[in-house]
Design a protein around this ligand. Structure first.
Ligand code: AMP
Length: 411
């Protein structure tokens, strides 16, 4: 049998996992400041949860889902995103019964059968947050401010917010705009790429975010949806824009931004980085006031976002607190384990050589390690009850009594 990792997946350890742990820790800290608490939902759900919510015709559901069958032949899917699961949990857990607002965040792996490349994997990690129960632009603002705060906390520069509104389902809003757009697109129908020619019929808004250069040129003068939404959607968006101005949030309006998921309505946004190459979206989100209804539940307004951790990990340099690391060199097993235990009780990361190699080899290991202090108990020290302590940064060396080691390390 040939052992091989599955295409598009990675093992994260040593240096590679450091930015992930850092980004997750910072997210927990910042999101909790805004009153969000963590939710962990299963990584697989019934397939129809995604088909129904995200949309059967979207790429994520139609082409990219990892499907499995349980032993009774029921179709399950590895989650391609987490919003559907969180909403399912809010409904099945009856969370809105006691609350009129709910703030949740999540982090974990998502699965999409995409062509792997730099910044794109089949198992990737997201951090996301959802705010339920706030219909006004205050929700949109809160999450955008929280994101900006998070980016600042991880010292992420060169990210830009792009915003759009894709209107609602009222007949004078998105449906009326779609008609206008289709009329415009049909003037040049044959000139669009094959995909877009189909989309003109099935999902005309998606023609706007096609990456094909000739399609981009053909839609340069297409009607802007934010100029054609209904009065309610326009007021909402205008109000959000003034709130963003008040808080000096920089963004650009992008009429091509439509998001690839069916459940969005109203505000949508994405965050891009200048330093990522082709896969330059670090996150995105928006309002999805209709999703609860789609699941047959009482309507609840909602706003959320998801960030791609794998991409953020490429952009951030973790600022880690200095760790206190000691290395104990000693050929007496009982003594070595006693001193090591004391180091750990004093909250020092402590390494030693449990195989009791030669002193010379232990010194070599200590030099290679990241230890700040090396504690040596050679023959002389064992006889006299002392420890020679070497500070690896300054080179300074002192001798302390073995029973004073805990006090010394706590200094
Ligand atoms: P989406 O909701 O699809 O826009 O995903 C939100 C974010 O997740 C994106 O902006 C990416 O940063 C990240 N993401 C989505 N798909 C992948 C993938 N296949 N590999 C790595 N990151 C991804």
């Amino acid at each position: 049998m040939k052992l091989k990792i599955v295409k598009g997946t990675r093992d994260l350890y040593d240096d590679a996992i450091v930015p992930f742990l850092y980004l997750e820790k910072k997210a927990r800290h910042i999101f909790e400041l805004y009153g969000y608490s963590e939710i962990r939902t299963p990584i697989f759900e019934r397939t129809d949860l995604f088909a129904h919510g995200v949309g059967q015709d979207t790429d994520i559901v139609g082409k990219e889902m990892f499907l499995l069958e349980d032993r009774r032949g029921r179709s399950l899917a590895l989650r391609p995103e987490a919003t559907a699961s969180v909403v399912r949990s809010v409904i099945t857990g009856n969370m809105m019964k006691q609350n009129n607002q709910k703030r949740l965040f999540y982090m974990g792996p998502m699965f999409r059968y995409e062509q792997p490349q730099k910044g794109r994997f089949r198992q990737f990690f997201q951090i996301g947050a959802e705010l339920f129960g706030v219909a006004t632009p205050d929700a949109d603002l809160e999450l955008l401010l929280m994101l900006r705060h998070y980016f600042k906390s991880i010292q992420l520069d060169n990210v830009s917010f792009q915003l759009n509104t894709i209107g609602c389902h009222k007949s004078d809003c998105r449906p009326a705009f779609k008609e206008k757009l289709v009329t415009y697109l049909k003037e040049n129908q044959d000139a669009f790429c094959e995909n877009c020619q189909q989309r003109i019929e099935s999902n005309p808004l998606r023609v706007l975010d096609c990456k094909n250069e000739s399609c981009i040129a053909l839609t340069e003068n297409a009607p802007r949806i934010y100029e054609h939404v209904c009065d309610d959607c326009r007021d909402h968006f205008n109000e959000l824009e003034s709130l963003l101005e008040l808080h000096q949030v920089e963004y650009t309006k992008n009429f091509r931004l439509v998001r690839g998921l069916d459940y969005y309505s109203g505000t949508v946004f994405e965050v891009y980085s200048d330093n990522l190459g082709a896969q330059n979206a670090v996150g995105g989100g928006g309002r999805y006031d209709r999703l609860f209804e789609l699941y047959g539940a009482k309507s609840i307004p909602a706003f959320g976002f998801a960030l791609g951790l794998d991409r953020l990990a490429l952009l951030t340099k973790p600022v880690l607190p200095d760790k206190k690391v000691a290395f104990v060199i000693c050929n007496d097993r009982a003594k070595a384990t006693e001193i090591v235990a004391k180091c750990r009780e004093a909250e020092w990361v402590c390494h030693y050589d449990p195989f009791q190699s030669s002193m010379k080899s232990q010194f070599r290991q200590a030099n290679k390690s990241s230890a700040n202090l090396v504690l040596v108990l050679g023959e002389d020290e064992l006889k006299t009850g002392q420890i020679s302590v070497k500070n690896m940064q300054t080179g300074e060396q002192v001798s302390i009594k073995q029973e004073e080691v805990s006090a010394y390390l706590q200094k």
